[in-house]
Design a protein around this ligand. Structure first.
Ligand SMILES: [Zn+2]
Length: 210
């Protein structure tokens, strides 16, 4: 019984009318991770990794063409949102609307550094982020027992709350990534405008869709 995969899909077609669900009856939950990778293939080797400050400083320095010291100097002004979890939403639509900035700019950390450099939500450094990587939604089946107990309870109670998110404090390994896609139209809620992505395939799309 342990090996049977039984996935609960909050935004699946058959899920709409239910009110509550016992997540413990399922082995996995379908969830979506939005990001903007330069190398999609790395996710299929390393999985979806938690925030790592050293890696992100290095990435910010390379992407923005500034020294790591300059990046670090901007950090005290950032919101204290640098947790080491991997975040997912339970409704794909959320990533295309209210969380679209993750697809437009990638990591929250990079967007926050861009906001410091531009002194605004617009400008050169935001444009650099919009031109780096490819907007990607990873569709994942997360093993239920990766979630903290309180999240299991909370999702069981309100499984169809469209704001629902979940997070895990560790890497989500590649075997839990079901597929990925690159949406063409994304709403950026920070800039309050539509973003058009013209790169809707990558060399890893073909492998996944067999
Ligand atoms: Zn792809």
């Amino acid at each position: 019984m342990e090996n049977i995969k039984n996935v609960f899909i909050p935004d699946g077609k058959n899920s709409k009318k239910k009110t509550g669900v016992n997540l413990e009856n399922y082995s996995h939950i379908r969830a979506y991770h939005g990001c903007r990778p330069v190398d999609v293939g790395r996710y299929y080797v390393e999985g979806i990794k938690p925030f790592n400050i050293k890696e992100m400083r290095c990435a910010a320095s390379k992407i923005f063409g500034i020294s790591e010291e300059t990046v670090i100097a901007k950090e005290p002004n950032l919101q204290p949102a640098l947790s080491n979890n991997v975040y997912f939403v339970l409704f794909k639509q959320e990533l295309l609307n209210s969380c679209g900035h993750y697809l437009c700019w990638g990591s929250e950390y990079l967007a926050a550094i861009a906001a410091q450099l531009d002194r605004s939500e617009y400008g050169k450094y935001h444009d650099i982020l919009s031109d780096t990587g490819i907007p990607t939604i990873f569709i994942c089946d997360i093993p239920i027992d990766f979630l903290p107990q309180w999240q299991i309870k909370s999702i069981s109670k309100h499984p169809f709350d469209s704001n629902s998110a979940c997070w895990i404090p560790e890497v989500l390994h590649p075997e839990h990534i079901v597929s990925h896609e690159h949406p063409s139209k994304i709403y950026n809620p920070v800039q309050m405008r539509q973003y058009i992505n013209r790169q809707t395939t990558c060399k890893y799309c073909a492998d996944i869709h067999k």
